[in-house]
Design a protein around this ligand. Structure first.
Ligand SMILES: Nc1ncnc2c1ncn2[C@@H]1O[C@H](COP(=O)(O)OP(=O)(O)O)[C@@H](O)[C@H]1O
Ligand SMILES: [Mg+2]
Length: 485
């Protein structure tokens, strides 16, 4: 994705001021300092005409230095031809995306004259004339030029669409997105689990993808063509749950006007996903244990046992082992269920997957015929900085909401992120204090975004301590788990 100044109000303003006050032009380069389009003066153009490689190297050196240090803001240096270069980096998630720069002015006339004589072999008189005609930037003005170049670079950076680096992790479970180490572990385990018939326990917070994993096990395994049945064990009261799971015979209770097969029969030959198994009553735990041990159960009110062939995948957000300790869950059932255990990490432990997941949901919920909208860096920064207590489901809902707000706009921007996720209400700044708080919050969020939520990295980036960063985030009501993962 090439960088562009198009349509950016801050760039237009910076460019205008640079031209009016110093006669400087704003230019852009790629991440290697190449492909630059504009310089400020004929002398600079002549040098470029004769020593293009050396000019490119000057900008490449700046780019390399900035990429290495991840330094923010603009740097000023004197080039090989004695002219001034002021350049500021534009970063995206993957690293340096390019430079915004102003070059071709002089802040030191003697250096420029000598540089021109050296690089383009003009006479001293010609060099003096060229220097006199070049934009002049007094030493004392350099700080202001740097500010303007940096603000233009920040605007370009904010507008940058998010490029998600391709993952080197490929696996057959296309529906499971992510390549954080914990996700890789899960997927590796899945490869083995699908081939076996063993009972699986999936443990993880609500919205982390437990059901997605259960479905993957079923649909990638030998039972794929048979039913996949889901029942949440905390949804019903005990009697209803029992009759839903095991069915009932006619007359078993008031209203039982005919035999009704249970879900275990529906799932025969297939897979039964028992969600929130930790909420099952003691009585039902006994019945389930029998299904696991003998493959049989008796419908409510019935006398004849029914035999089924069902693979069970159970899920819980609770710690079943601890429940066993507290006698809230049967130990024998626990060992039957816990044959293969898959632990799904919460989203805050795989922050690096947020960009990829966010784009996945944009594509998943995009209903238009044109390509789906892009995701701006600033929007992504806010998504990455948030703590996601509701995990992946909450992220999915947020992306759906943003798509609705975006309509047919080509880009999802920071203003479309809900205030809950963005962590703060940003009313149009009225007082200086509001304005400062808003830009401080923007800087914090952007730094957290660049560092994928890593607070130590963000603090280093902003040249503040980790403790101060935490304190300012708290004071400004910015979300985030406070962990650096
Ligand atoms: N790794 C993932 N890749 C893609 N979508 C995911 C992933 N994890 C969860 N989801 C999606 O997030 C939503 C919530 O997941 P779900 O499996 O229902 O969570 P849980 O059962 O743990 O509450 C679903 O729409 C699911 O498809
Ligand atoms: Mg669920």
């Amino acid at each position: 994705m090439a960088l562009t100044f198009d349509g950016l109000a801050e760039v237009a303003m910076a460019r205008d001021l640079l031209r009016r006050w110093w006669g400087l032009e704003l230019g852009l380069t790629d991440a290697k300092g190449g492909g630059y389009d504009r310089t400020s003066h004929a002398a600079c153009e002549s040098v470029r005409g004769m020593a293009a490689a050396a000019c490119a190297k000057e900008l490449t050196d700046v780019a390399t230095q900035l990429a290495k240090s991840r330094e923010r803001g603009a740097v000023a240096k004197t080039c090989h031809a004695g002219m001034l270069i002021v350049a500021a980096p534009v970063f995206n998630i993957a690293g340096l995306a390019g430079l915004v720069f102003a070059s071709g002015g002089s802040s030191d006339a003697a250096a420029m004259e000598q540089g021109l004589v050296r690089t383009i072999a003009v006479s001293a008189d010609e060099a003096r004339a060229l220097t006199a005609a070049a934009p002049r930037v007094p030493e004392g003005d350099i700080a202001r030029v740097k500010d303007l170049v940096a603000s233009a670079a920040a605007a370009v950076e904010r507008a940058l669409p998010t490029e998600i680096p391709p993952t080197a992790f490929s696996h057959p479970f296309d529906e499971i997105v992510g390549d954080a180490p914990a996700v890789r572990e899960v997927v590796k385990l899945l490869g083995k689990v699908v081939k076996s018939e063993a009972t699986v326990l999936v443990h993880g917070e609500s919205g982390t993808g437990k059901e997605l994993i259960a479905r993957a096990i079923h649909y990638h395994g030998p039972r794929a063509k048979k039913p996949f049945v889901v029942q949440n064990c905390s949804a019903f009261n005990d009697n209803l749950l029992e009759s839903a799971l095991f069915g009932h015979v006619r007359g078993a209770f008031t209203g039982a006007v005919k035999d009704q097969p249970g879900l275990f029969q529906v799932a025969d030959g297939g897979t039964f996903f028992l969600d929130e198994i930790g909420d099952m009553s003691a009585a039902l735990q006994v019945k389930l244990l029998r299904v696991l041990q003998e493959g049989t159960f008796t419908p409510v009110g019935g006398t004849k046992p029914v035999k089924v062939d069902v693979r069970i995948i159970a899920a819980s957000h609770k710690d079943l082992a601890a429940m066993v300790q507290h006698k809230q869950f049967r130990e024998d059932l626990f060992y039957r269920v816990n044959v293969l255990k898959i632990t799904v990490p919460p989203l805050r432990e795989r922050v690096a997957d947020i960009p990829r997941l966010a784009m996945h949901f944009v594509k998943k919920h995009w209903r238009g015929s044109s390509p789906p909208p892009r995701l701006s860096q600033s929007a992504l920064a806010r998504l990455v900085a948030y703590g996601w207590p509701g995990n992946i489901r909450e992220l999915e809902n947020e992306m759906e909401r943003m798509l609705v707000l975006a309509g047919d706009a080509p880009e999802l921007t920071a203003s479309m992120v809900s205030t809950r996720v963005a962590g703060m209400v940003a009313p149009p700044a009225k007082s200086l204090r509001d304005a400062l708080a808003t830009s401080e919050a923007d800087a914090l969020v952007a730094a957290l975004g660049r560092h994928l939520g890593d607070r130590d990295g963000a603090a280093a980036d902003l040249a503040i301590s980790r403790a101060y960063l935490d304190a300012r985030c708290a004071a400004l009501g910015l979300g985030g788990s406070g962990s650096s993962s």
